[in-house]
Design a protein around this ligand. Sequence first.
Ligand code: TXA
Ligand code: MG
Length: 328
Amino acid sequence: MGGELATQVLNGDAGSIAAAARVLARGGLAAFPTETVYGLGCDACNAAAVARLYDAKGRPSFNPLIAHVADGVAAHRLADFDASAERLAAAFWPGPLTLVLPKHASCPVTELATAGLDTIAVRVPSHPVAREILAAFGQPVVAPSANRSGHVSPTTAQHVLADLRGRIDLIVDGGPAPMGLESTIIACIDAPTLLRPGALSRAAIDQILPLKDLSSGAAGEEDEVPLAPGQLASHYAPRARLRLNAERVDAGEALLAFGPAQIAGAGRAVAMLNLSPGADLIEAAANLFSHLRTLDACATSSIAVMPVPEVGLGEAINDRLRRAAAPR
Ligand code: TXA
Ligand code: MG
């Protein structure tokens, strides 16, 4: 990312809530407490803001993010709830439960935040500071734990500052996060399935409905407990073949370009989109999933993809491109 930001730390009073809502509205990054851990929030519908968020965390891949909303009504605008999801939401929201659900047809959350999946993780937190910020902003906020990638989740404003000072706009200090453990994640796509154990106990969930355990289904792989559920989910895979690090465009191919350079055969591409004509990796990340989808929708069997440098967000962009290009 560009220069250092002057990271502000405010206590959780009314002024800080309004300040956080302003930061979110202009596409900035604001950390705030939830009942589980501190989250690093940004406008879920703003692809450039989401790209900056991945950059600030230093995530090497686009792990999908949890959309946080103020209440169940807002959650229903993002996702389709089956009967199990309705029961879990009624029992445990607001609170430390995240539901992974089919994305609603008119879900406004940017594809970068859901890493191109057709499912979305949704949560209604109970922490008063989080709730006030969500109510003041009035739009969904994606918020991964507010740590640098690979570090442990932060439970105080000081932890957040230690990891992210200079990389984010604001930290709202609401004291220690009461639970100190991330939310429990349950997928209600078909049978309700536990994706991540967390602050909501298994026993509490068992009172409401039986859960399938993701780790118990895989016979002979008992110790392969999934730690990053998003990596298990079936990622959006383009229909067309992706040809990475292309140095020319072949007949009949579409072109996913990066940067100002022209490559041979670009003029005959059946369709062309540029991730970032100015070679800005944040802009490229913001455009990645929508450009892939758009090119995939035009009748071509192959998309030539120009090289993207393996620095900063380029690492995550290339990770995603490699997955999309993998034979299946
Ligand atoms: O307690 C929490 O959940 C905290 C607070 C800030 O809300 N947030 C949090 O976010 O732990 P994060 O990004 O650190 O973890 C979210 C997890 C990731 O492992 C991701 O793979 C998974 O949720 N996830 C998100 N969307 C998903 C989806 N559509 N399918 C499967 N897994 C998903
Ligand atoms: Mg995390």
